[in-house]
Design a protein around this ligand. Structure first.
Ligand code: FES
Length: 147
């Protein structure tokens, strides 16, 4: 999916849609990330001003939630579950092997996840949000090569 480039005008439209919600800072940060794929520094000031809080408050929320990101995402996002059921089925090795396999591919980003709700098919992973079960580094490479 092609994400729009950062634009303050677009950001203000997103902020206008979300800033009236309860817990407006978090909802607005999520809205910005959903729209642009990340939360650029420039968005922090806009959100602070609109929600009538300090930049430090916005930054605090932004850095507290690990799913919020401040850098552009890679084209392919792989989340590998390392929670208990998946760990017991070798997920840590899948993570290590997958990181080795994609070490030189800047288009792929691998992150840990903590239960994707697919425990019965451990080890589980998601590729750009699509859930996969009984994965291995090889199966992840195979699927990414066919995207
Ligand atoms: S523990 Fe991995 S999907 Fe639930």
């Amino acid at each position: 999916m092609q994400l729009p480039a950062w634009s303050p005008e677009e950001a203000l439209k997103v902020i206008a849609l979300t800033s009236h919600e309860p817990g407006p800072v978090l909802v607005t940060l999520q809205g910005i990330q959903d729209h642009f794929g990340y939360v650029p520094d420039a968005a922090v000031a806009l959100i602070a001003q609109t929600c009538n809080v300090s930049r430090a408050d916005v930054h605090g929320v932004l850095t507290f939630y690990h799913d919020l990101r401040t850098d552009l995402p890679a084209k392919t996002q792989i989340h590998i579950c390392v929670a208990e059921a998946c760990q017991s089925m070798g997920a840590r090795k899948v993570v290590t092997d997958a990181k080795d396999a994609f070490a030189t591919n800047t288009e792929v980003e691998i992150k840990d996840a903590y239960c994707l709700g697919n425990c019965a098919l451990a080890p589980a992973a998601s590729i750009n949000g699509k859930l996969r079960g009984r994965v291995s580094a090889e199966s992840l490479v195979e699927e990414v090569n066919h995207l």
